[in-house]
Structure formats: structure tokens, C-alpha cells
Design a binder for this molecule. Structure first.
Ligand code: 7TS
Length: 393
């Protein structure tokens, strides 16, 4: 059976060139970089190269602006909790701002802050699923310590006006963190031009390995270490360095920058072809205008078709997609982003996310169009709630 992977916003295939670059660091160059003997020091030039690849990839000033973490969940939690310890716990400030559509690793960390008595503003999004920069300005208060807003949304692919938001935060003396996970490798990310203070990223979202990520920290901006120990990463984040992971993430970042122009165009063309074809199906809706989205993502709603049911049909045909809704025992939860944008109740459960990568082929797309259309027909024919209404088109 043909296999088509269209869940690249969840994770990506490791690029074979990345795997090749990582291979020597398991059985040959396996020393601990902190060891004084040759086994340890042999890793140093490779780590230096990886750090160069990383800071160049996001146009940070130098490698001192980057700390390696285990994933974006760690990076997001670190920034949010560190701001709590540095600026809130001591009574200096007591308010933070985020959006309703952040990844759970941001939202859950803010929920924890709320449990500590911190006031959190969850900014509402517009019908396209983004927050306008002026909205951020309206909610900043005297005691606002941090604004955390993602660069691109994982469900919709919508790109937030990061540069404008960063500027507003700067003017108001508020720290600005962005979750850059879904932006890297999809659009140009220039942390200095954008003027952000902190940015989280994760290797497995751009064809690197799982279990390694990073945090950009603008020069002069501090963070309190959450992992204390052997003073690794300039004392900011202790723990023996994940050498294969770091080497792999560096290589993946360099490849992402290299492929960006070509890949983005090719991926965009395939995404648009898929989207055009699926929108030919009556009663289907895609969230957000194309030109404001990263080039690989479609969040599509098919009226009358439960998102999970569609996933099963696609999966049976070898196609991997996803839905933000989780299947609880009896209840099907609505996609939180669909709820945040105020989607009609009968559409909130129907969202299916299709996310492409540079490894997606034209044949993958043709096959997906064929399978998807058949699945809609089948599922609508057995749906008790769906009645074709021409006025809905
Ligand atoms: N931030 C965003 C925007 C994400 O999309 C994800 C993962 C994370 C953080 C967490 O990254 P990790 O490095 O800790 O794994 N997003 C998804 C997703 O959309 N479907 O599955 C995982």
C-alpha cells in the first residue's frame, strides 16, 4: 500500500544527510565533551560547527545567544518559569500575556503561573486565527512582565506579526518570547531583525532528530537556570551534552536554510494544488488566507465529517494526517483553535490538518486528493447529521 506522510507539523523524517552526520557520534566519537582526555576533546570542533550552523540559521549574533535544550516544551517552560522567578515572585510584576492558540507547552506553563497567583491574559484571535499587533498593545499593563506569542501556529500554519509585536514589547519595556517551532525551515527566521528576546525551537520539526531543541536568548537578556548541576551550557542548563543530537540539529538547520527558497516554493505549489482540489468538495473550509500561512499547512473542515473519522479513512489508505481534537472515551473534543476562531459548532469537530514537507511528492498529493474525496463521499453518506445544503457552499 502507498504510504503518504502529511503530518509534518507533528514531526518530520530525519533527513538522511542529518542521520549520516550524526552516525559517528554513537560508537566512534562518543566522549563526554567535558572530559579532558582526547575522547572528550575530539567532540569540540563538531560541537562548535553545530553551534555555528544554529546561530547562522536564525541569524543570532553568535553561539552565546543559543542554549541547547531537550525540546521546545523545555524551552517554552524555561522562559515562562524563569520570568516568574526573576520578575514576578519577587513582587516586581504580576502579569503576562499570551494567546488562546499557543501550543499546550506554553498554555500549560501559563496555567501553572495562574496557580501561583499570576494574572494571565489569553488574547483572543481573529477569524483567521491570529492576534493583531495592536491587540497586544491594548493589553500591556504597567506590571506586565512577559508576552509570549508563537511565530506560526501548528494547527493552521498562520503566521503572527512577530516583528510588530516585538517592537511594541520593546517600546513598553516588556520581555518578548516567541515559540518559533513551526516557523523554522518554513519561512525566513531572523531573530535580530525581528527584535525578539527569546525564541524556542525543536530539531524534529525541521528534519532533525527528536529529543533536542534550543532556546535563543538575546544578548543581555537573562534567564534563571532551571536545571542545576555540572554547569554545562555556560551554567544556564546543566546536563551532559547530547552530542549526536546537537550535531544533527546543526546539520538540519543548515539544510533547512539551504532548502528554504526552493523547498518553500515547491511545497507551496503542492500545498496549493491539494488545497484547491479539496476545496472543490462542497461545504469545505480552510482556516486562514494562504499568503499569511507557512507554505506547508492546511487546516480543513469538511461539514458533516468528524475529523477523527476522516483520519481513520485516510490512515486505512496509508495517509497520515492529524486533528487537534482528542478522542476521549465517549466525547469527541473540538479542535481548540477552531473554537478560538469562533467556528460554527458543527465545524469545530471536523478539522483535519494536512502538513507537507520537502519530501512530499506530486504523486503523494494526487493520491491524497483521490482518497480524501472518496472518504468524504463515504463518510457523508453514513452521517446522520449531514444534509447537503446548497446555501452552505
Ligand atoms: N510548540 C509548537 C508550536 C509545536 O507545534 C510543538 C509540537 C511544540 C511546541 C512542542 O515541541 P517539542 O519539541 O516539545 O516536541 N507540536 C505538535 C503538533 O502540532 N502535533 O504534534 C506535536
Amino acid at each position: 500500500m502507498k504510504k503518504v506522510y502529511l503530518d509534518n507539523n507533528a514531526t518530520t523524517m530525519v533527513d538522511p544527510k542529518v542521520k549520516e552526520a550524526m552516525d559517528p557520534f554513537f560508537c566512534e566519537i562518543f566522549g563526554n565533551p567535558n572530559s579532558l582526555h582526547d575522547f572528550g576533546t575530539k567532540t569540540h570542533p563538531y560541537l562548535r560547527k553545530a553551534m555555528d550552523q544554529l546561530y547562522n540559521g536564525i541569524n543570532a549574533r553568535d553561539e552565546d545567544d543559543i542554549v541547547i535544550t531537550s525540546c521546545a516544551t523545555e524551552s517554552n517552560n524555561w522562559v515562562i518559569k524563569s520570568v516568574f522567578f526573576d520578575h514576578i515572585k519577587n513582587g516586581e510584576k504580576n502579569h503576562v500575556i499570551t494567546t488562546e492558540v499557543e501550543h499546550p507547552s506554553v498554555l500549560a506553563a501559563f496555567k501553572w503561573l495562574e496557580s501561583q497567583g499570576v494574572k494571565v491574559t489569553y488574547l483572543p484571535v481573529n477569524s483567521e486565527g491570529i492576534v493583531e499587533a495592536h491587540t497586544v498593545k491594548d493589553f500591556i499593563r504597567e506590571d506586565t512582565a512577559l508576552v509570549s506569542i508563537m511565530w506560526a501556529n501548528n494547527e493552521t500554519g498562520m503566521i503572527f506579526p512577530i516583528e510588530e509585536i516585538a517592537q511594541i514589547c520593546k517600546e513598553n519595556g516588556v520581555l518578548f518570547h516567541t515559540d518559533g517551532v513551526q516557523a523554522i525551515g518554513k519561512i525566513k527566521v531572523d531573530v535580530q531583525k525581528a527584535g525578539i528576546d527569546y525564541m524556542s525551537f525543536s530539531a524534529h520539526k525541521f528534519h532533525g532528530p527528536k529529543g533536542v531543541g534550543g532556546l535563543y536568548i538575546k544578548a543581555g537578556k537573562e534567564l534563571t537556570p532551571l536545571l542545576h548541576g555540572g554547569e554545562h551550557m555556560r551554567g544556564l542548563r546543566s546536563g551532559t551534552l547530547n552530542v549526536p543530537g546537537i550535531v544533527g540539529m546543526g546539520e538540519a538547520m543548515e539544510l533547512a536554510s539551504y532548502y528554504l527558497e526552493f523547498e518553500a516554493k515547491k511545497v507551496r505549489a503542492l500545498r496549493d494544488k491539494l488545497e484547491d482540489a479539496l476545496l472543490e468538495i462542497p461545504d469545505t473550509f480552510v482556516v486562514g488566507s494562504r499568503d499569511k500561512r507557512v507554505p506547508n499547512t492546511i487546516l480543513i473542515s469538511v461539514r458533516g465529517v468528524e475529523g477523527e473519522a476522516m483520519l481513520w479513512d485516510l490512515n486505512r489508505a496509508g495517509i497520515a494526517a492529524s486533528t487537534g481534537s482528542a478522542c476521549a472515551s465517549e466525547d469527541l473534543e473540538a479542535n481548540p483553535v477552531m473554537e478560538a476562531i469562533g467556528a460554527e459548532a458543527d465545524l469545530a469537530h471536523t478539522a483535519v490538518r494536512l502538513s507537507l514537507s520537502r519530501f512530499t511528492t506530486e504523486e503523494d498529493i494526487d493520491y491524497t486528493i483521490e482518497v480524501f474525496k472518496k472518504a468524504v463521499e463515504r463518510l457523508r453518506s453514513i452521517s446522520s447529521s449531514y444534509a447537503y445544503k446548497p446555501e452552505n457552499i
